[in-house]
Design a protein around this ligand. Structure first.
Ligand code: ADP
Ligand code: MG
Length: 240
């Protein structure tokens, strides 16, 4: 379970998160929507300890992410994150790229790391691309490789930050299908997305962020069919 309690964070004088509260249960899919600069990415980086917070608390299965003694490396194995773009090592094949973290971070033997990498690349539909170099693949394939790379660490939670935003429209669907598959398999995930149809389709709950505040949260039906907050209504009107 991910528990976010009254989290505040500023970058110098700019308060970016103004008291965020959110609990994500095991197996739940929460999507975060909202305008640019509303604090969505910052929240994700706080959840896996890439950014410190100013006050409040974030706990993952009871472990306080920002407490002094917390082993952040261990925590990050549990909480995978995939960004808009991941720069793979160009001189390594797709398989070698995905094997890297299991080898270096988990300290697995080559055979075992390869087995895991093949399994995850197959899972995201890239079984034919093992020996290919990353820049030989489409943007959608590269994003699926990035997802396989995160999955190779056997995370219990996944955070996705606009993983389709840098893609040609034609390639968005294959990546969203991969996320949907993970959701259906029961992965606990938080997805920041601009893809409203996707949010509506896969989410257990949708959260709308506005200027550092979680202005509204509810089921997809509540948020998309009957938004209560004026800012949510404005935002949805602007993206439709
Ligand atoms: P979103 O993902 O919703 O577009 P972000 O969380 O990236 O928003 O950013 C929220 C605000 O914080 C923006 O105004 C952004 O410019 C600012 N910001 C984000 N990261 C940093 C940083 N490392 N240093 C300073 N300001 C930042
Ligand atoms: Mg962002």
């Amino acid at each position: 379970m991910i528990e976010i309690e009254n989290v505040r964070k500023s970058f110098s004088s700019l308060e970016v998160l103004k008291g965020i509260n959110l609990t994500v249960d095991k197996g739940e899919v929460v999507t975060i929507i909202g305008g640019s600069g509303s604090g969505k990415s910052t929240l994700l980086t706080c959840i896996n300890g890439l950014e410190p917070i100013d006050s409040g608390r974030i706990r993952i299965d009871g472990t306080d992410v920002h407490a002094k003694g917390t082993d952040l490396n261990k925590l990050r194995r549990k909480v995978g994150i995939v960004f808009q773009q991941w720069n793979a090592f160009p001189h390594l094949t797709v398989l070698e790229n995905v094997m890297l973290a299991p080898r270096k971070v988990l300290g697995l033997a080559k055979d075992k790391a390869e087995e895991i990498a093949v399994k995850q690349l197959t899972h995201v539909g890239l079984a034919e691309k093992l020996k290919v170099y990353p820049n030989r693949m489409s943007g959608g394939q590269q994003q699926r490789m990035a997802i396989a790379r995160a999955l190779a660490m056997s995370p219990e939670y996944m955070l996705f930050d606009e993983v389709t935003s840098a893609l040609d429209p034609m390639l968005v669907g294959e990546v969203l299908d991969t996320l949907k598959m993970l959701a259906e398999e029961g992965m606990t995930m938080i997805c920041v997305t601009h893809e409203m149809a996707f949010a509506r389709d896969v989410s257990d709950r949708v959260a709308f962020f506005h200027q550092g505040v979680m202005a509204e949260i509810g089921t997809p039906d509540q948020i998309f069919a009957m938004p209560q907050n004026a800012e949510t209504q404005k935002f949805l009107a602007s993206v439709r």
